[in-house]
Design a protein around this ligand. Sequence first.
Ligand code: KIV
Ligand code: ZN
Length: 514
Amino acid sequence: MTTDNQIIIFDTTLRDGEQSPGASMNQAEKLRIATQLEKLGVNVIEAGFPAASEGDFEAVKAIAETLKTAQVAALCRANEDDIKRGWEAIKDAAHPRIHTFIATSELHMKYKLQMEPEKVLEQAIKSVKLAASFTDNVEFSAEDGSRSDRDFLCKVFEAVIDAGATTVNLPDTVGYAIPEEYAQLVTYVMENTPNMHKAVLSVHCHNDLGLATSNTLAAIKAGARQVEVTVNGIGERAGNTSLEEVVMSLHTRPNYFPQTTTIDTKRIYPTSRLVSMITGILVQPNRAIVGANAFAHEAGIHQDGVLKNPMTYEIMNPETIGLNKNNLVLGKHSGRHALNDHVQKLGYNLTKEELDRVFEKFKRLADKKKSIQDEDIEALINEGVLRSSETFCLEYIHVLSGNTVFPTASVQLNINGQPVQGATEGTGPIDAVYNIISKLTGTKSKLLRFTISALTEGTDAQGEVMVRLEEDGIVALGKGSDSDIIIASALAYINGLNRLEYLKKHPVVKHENL
Ligand code: KIV
Ligand code: ZN
């Protein structure tokens, strides 16, 4: 039940967010994020696009069967096959929603769809009617809405509401809108769609000009009551509106925005970390709300002020988003119980077996590193839980390097249960490791990017490596961490190869407009 002032948070991290290059997730990863989003208090979770691939269908189905309170939406193009497939995936959800869309701008109708406006209107009505025959929770999106003819947009919205749409969405698909102009469009649509009171008006913005959050907030001011967002703003090209920016804007400026959300803000930071960990997309340090520097004060005058009264330079309390500034947490003598407590505070619910694996890794790390921080624990979870049941696993690695030897790597992998080993040289230790792993796995991926950073302060910190791989046009990200940076590099590469394997087995059918 929503009140007039409650903004419906529709999260599309698992659908539009997954369209970020290389961010594909497997079913277990999607389920983990969906469960976290439900705990975060998201109202609608767009779980995927079931007609896009078998993998997407299965993931949406698993999410639909698991979630209890959040609505689960399936994206479908405005055609019979997509809608039937979408419904098949979500029909067992506690609260299913079919989300169907078709483009309404002249540019898209003429060049992409090659359809006359009247045909588009007809297709939209037919699709919404079909969706409404399955459920009374139907969303219709007018793709490229912000560049569509205003009166045609109102005509389409009026017709689809009559056909059974309960939410109509006005996307700024290409991130072209400017806040004032977008707000005026929202007002126009609300005033010129006669049956608008029978549906919720939603907005969906992309960040090509860096205006996605501003446009979304302007639309809320103008009367939109659903916002479509992603965690960390991930998404196609420059990304989507970020969940945390919109929610914290409403939360921090209640005098300006009387609107509220059901988001438990304390879960924002753990959710952001989880999404970054699973997708391998790093959060830039200066990112609003969730970036590493968002609450860091370098200038002496700021530090002095914050010590006297945090509100001098901090408009939000870091604890409000679940960021525990004093995150020096565990050490060598901490037990399984303390670890589990902390793991839960970070937003993860592990099974007993998962916790056992993480605890074993934790003990090994604690022998090498004095203080274990949140970042370390998350890295252990990433290594011990999120990447279980993969095709390639590292069993053994030995590397010779220095200024008087040819860098050489000996590696043993477990490939589908079989141990295989070998050794080879390279221009450096990482090149040697990557050469032998590529040979053992029989893969021919190209390394597009390699980055390394320290997870925490100090020379005993764990190194975190990110790689971006490409094979036959498929791009995947890989991530690895360890206190030995050569091992971290090997783990990142193997993780990337596993993701490529997954994508090869679950090809995503590329549609003309997704
Ligand atoms: O950006 C867009 O227009 C979309 C629609 C499918 C809602 O993602
Ligand atoms: Zn989009």
